[in-house]
Design a protein around this ligand. Structure first.
Ligand code: AGP
Length: 605
């Protein structure tokens, strides 16, 4: 997820671009750049690091440019660096592009362009865009952009600038946000509203497949056949603070609702159209006899789910251990063991320490991170990225579900490469993986209503227990962590079969027990555990797979999850638990995005 801006009008472009980028840094902040039309040419200024580095370089600028584009980056292809920062230009330096999205077929396009004589300088997927526009340009920028995007597979929100048409910007979008701001003798384009609010609340919102042809005087919207489209003017009502949260009250809620998109982005380009295989770049697991997963917090909980699905589908033994334990106990890593390190930030000190310990022992390390160019990313031997976009709230949500998606992909990848699963079973699972994004979108509004009502009733409780068996136990642990870290309610997760070995002593009248029941094979056993707590007057809140109606007789509240393959249920089961934690915290007046004592990335031991 990156932030893009564009401006044309009577103001100096550089301050307008920098202001817009500043308002979009929540979309990405590992590098930034601008391109403006100055003295008849395109002037490009780019910096790695926070936007302040670029702003510092530009602070005494005397640029007279009235047209420009800008970008604040969240790296996907190509580590954060000046050369990989946007804008990117073509060979002639006559075209500049900023882009947010993922171009899935960029390697094929890059090869074709190089064969046509184009030269590239960055590692990014984006750089194919200015070269494509250069290739197709015959005097009309909109036509060249139209032909260029016809070659592209993937997602994009892009803005193109050229010296040949100094009074025009062309923008286009597909599966990435783009909004056009309408001014008086000036117009704007950006990824999101916060970049515009200082200047205008009048906007056009192009749809997927549409282009915007922007001059200071007017904005034309055209469809994928270059037919003009009449767009209604959308008046933005949000204030700035709301706008950065996309209208949500908190970043956490925004990020919970971003999960369908994050799931889709993490799957993008990794599942064959015909559902026959998973592609994970050049990952080679030949000869691997065991996987050792190590992580902290929520990432550790994702690793627990990973254990279940990898052992079940790939029949490979998996061990999971907290990084803070792993790194200090001289763990025995048998030969042919792959160490899998999971970290959203890629900067968690214990996880980085565990990675270094594993490498010292000669184990190959694969990292699952959400931040390209992070320490864990750089030091691992291979990287499987979650494409969740920046996660601002301390409580991890979309990073967790995209980590689960990555576990599913890895399990299927191994099962396929090592011929463990029959082809039809792999196809069934891949088909269902493709449905998860839409099912996550479906469960969100229902779960929000259900959990707001629960919060009204139970927000003042001081102790809440989570129970489950198998995969449900792993998700119960994540639900428990979410609740306690933002609502400060004491919560504990227990293997449902373990309650009677002590914890049952804590279950008394009215103590809420959250039960996860998604595994039909474990239904009978889990119900008998629910009966144990019910018999002690607990209040039972059950999140169950559709169809498991037997839970209704033993529960005070029941929420049914969308139907899916039992092995993929965790991605959907966790969403109501995230919302339970969220609404409980809101009801208790807690600081949801910045809970006490906690940090987004624990870079100290
Ligand atoms: C989860 O909500 C917490 N913020 C915390 O447990 C977090 O998952 C843990 O610190 C690991 O962070 P990482 O994924 O960035 O390594």
């Amino acid at each position: 997820m990156c932030g893009i801006v564009g401006y044309l009008g009577f103001q100096q472009a550089v301050p307008v671009l920098l202001y817009g980028l500043q308002k979009l840094t929540y979309r990405g902040y590992d590098s930034a750049g601008i391109a403006v039309l100055e003295n008849g040419g395109i002037l490009v200024k780019k910096q790695a690091g926070k936007l302040t580095v670029l702003a510092e370089e530009l602070k005494d600028n005397s640029f007279q440019a009235r047209v420009g584009i800008g970008h604040t980056r969240w790296a996907t292809h190509g580590r954060p660096s000046i050369i990989n920062a946007h804008p990117h230009t073509d060979c002639s330096g006559c075209f500049a592009v900023v882009h947010n999205g993922i171009i899935e077929n960029y390697l094929e396009l890059k090869g074709w362009l190089i064969a046509q004589g184009h030269t590239f300088s960055s590692e990014t997927d984006t750089e194919v865009l200015p070269h494509l526009v250069e290739h197709y340009y015959r005097g009309r920028l909109e036509l060249a952009v139209h032909q260029a995007i016809a070659r592209v597979e993937g997602s994009y929100a892009m803005v193109v600038l050229t010296v040949h048409e100094p009074g025009c910007l062309v923008a286009a979008r597909q599966d990435s946000p783009l909004i056009v701001g309408l001014g008086e003798n000036e117009n704007f384009v950006a990824s999101d509203v916060p970049a515009l609010l200082k200047y205008t609340r009048q906007t056009y919102i192009p749809s997927d497949g549409e282009m915007a042809i922007i001059t200071p005087e007017k904005v034309g919207i055209k469809d994928h056949q270059l037919k003009s489209v009449q767009k209604p003017i959308f008046e933005v009502k949000w204030e700035e603070a709301q706008a950065e949260k996309g209208g949500f009250a908190h970043f956490m809620l925004k990020e919970i609702y971003e999960q369908p998109q994050a799931i889709q982005e993490t799957l993008r380009g990794r599942l064959a159209q015909d559902n026959t295989e998973v592609t994970l770049g050049g990952l080679s697991l030949a000869g691997v006899k065991k996987i050792f997963i190590t992580a902290c917090g929520t990432a550790y909980h994702a690793g627990l789910v990973g254990k279940y699905v990898i052992e079940k589908l790939a029949r490979l033994p998996v061990e999971v251990e907290l990084a803070s334990e792993f790194r200090y106990r001289q763990p025995l890593i048998a030969p042919k063991t792959l160490v899998l390190v999971i970290s959203q930030s890629g900067e968690t000190a214990d996880t980085l320490g565990a990675l270094r310990e594993a490498k010292k022992m000669g184990a190959p390390v694969v990292a699952v991170t959400n931040v390209v160019g992070s320490s864990v990313d750089r030091e691992a031997d291979f990287n499987l990225y979650t494409w969740a976009g920046p996660e601002i709230a301390v409580a991890s949500t979309k990073a967790y579900t995209t980590q689960l998606i990555t576990m599913y992909l890895l399990a299927l990848y191994i099962a396929d490469k090592q011929k463990i699963l029959p082809a039809e079973e792999i196809q069934t699972l891949i088909k269902e993986l493709k449905n998860l994004s839409q099912k996550a979108a479906e469960v969100l509004p229902r779960a929000a209503i259900f959990n707001q009502e629960l919060a009204d009733r139970y927000a003042q409780k001081e102790n809440i227990f989570f129970i489950g068996r198998g995969l449900d136990y792993a998700v119960a642990m994540e639900g428990s962590l979410k609740l306690k870290e933002i609502s400060y309610i004491h919560a504990e997760a227990y293997a449902a079969g373990e309650l009677k070995h002590g914890t049952l002593a804590l279950i008394t009248d009215g103590v809420p027990v959250v039960a996860l029941v998604t595994q039909r094979a474990l239904l009978e056993k889990t119900i008998s555990n629910i009966k144990e707590v019910k018999a002690r007057e607990a209040t039972v809140i059950t999140f169950a797979a559709t169809g498991l109606k037997e839970v209704e007789d033993v529960s005070d509240h029941v929420f049914y999850l969308p139907q899916t393959h039992p092995l993929l249920s965790s991605v959907l089961a966790v969403i109501p638990l995230q919302l339970l934690a969220y609404y409980m915290a809101v009801a208790r007046g807690c600081d949801v995005d910045q809970p006490r004592n906690l940090a987004k990335s624990v870079t100290v031991e």
